[in-house]
Design a protein around this ligand. Structure first.
Ligand SMILES: *Cc1c(COP(=O)(O)O)cnc(C)c1O
Length: 215
């Protein structure tokens, strides 16, 4: 599939330019896309997919997963605490853990279900009023609380302010991860995927470049 190969090549080139020898996982963000739009990517071998609503993912993915059992589903949107149980059952990774109440709900679900999705703490890296994510100043406390609850944190996630250059925010996220001893970095979307790949992303979340503009 042409677009998939193109996006992978862009990521690989950026990673190579920065001297990296591992590539970030490409998460194909399939929110709002139908099963028919998703299927060509599955046929081309893509296995990591991102959704931003629990309900939409629960409607769309169980049938596709019967055909492709090795699909890995990533929750990339804001998550309500009352959906935590369903999210832990459905997703292989949650990129939007951003507050104590949600952390508690996830910890409870993990305990009852005996499975833990990969967890990324979303950081409000641009300190934007309406955006999800824990404040930089509160990250340490949230990570300590996760540890206390027995949850392993895979990495940090961010969405930089739309109107600014992303690179300084990606560099800051990488620095925060280093400071807190966390390995993973979920960062980079269609418009800034190369910058993210160069600055150490371990997962990039790409929708538009793979599927075309959302309607
Ligand atoms: C929609 C979305 C993406 C993908 O954005 P594109 O610009 O379409 O690549 C990535 N991350 C999150 C959190 C999203 O909601």
């Amino acid at each position: 599939m042409h677009k998939l190969e193109e996006v992978k090549a862009r990521i690989a080139l950026a990673a190579k330019r920065s001297g990296r020898d591992t590539l970030p996982t490409l998460v194909a963000v399939s929110k709002t896309r139908s099963a028919e739009e998703i299927r060509p990517l599955l046929e081309a071998g893509q296995r990591d997919f991102g959704e931003n609503r629990v309900q939409e993912a629960a409607d769309k993915w169980p049938a596709l997963r019967e055909e492709y059992p090795d699909v890995r589903l990533h929750m990339v949107g804001q998550l309500q605490s009352n959906k935590a149980e369903e999210a832990v059952a459905l997703f292989d990774a949650i990129h939007s853990l951003d507050r104590p109440s949600l952390l508690k709900a996830i910890a409870k679900a993990v305990e009852t279900q005996g499975r833990q999705p990969d967890l990324y703490v979303q950081v409000n890296i641009g300190a934007e009023e309406q955006k999800g994510g824990v404040a930089v100043t509160e990250l340490g406390d949230l990570l300590a609380m996760a540890k206390d609850k027995g949850l392993k944190i895979k990495g940090l996630m961010c969405i930089p302010p739309a109107e600014l250059e992303s690179s300084p925010f990606f560099a800051l996220l990488a620095e925060l991860a280093r400071r807190h001893g966390v390995d993973g970095l979920s960062m980079g979307m269609t418009h800034d995927v190369e910058e993210a790949a160069m600055l150490g992303a371990t997962a990039v979340r790409v929708g538009t470049a793979l599927f075309g503009p959302r309607g």
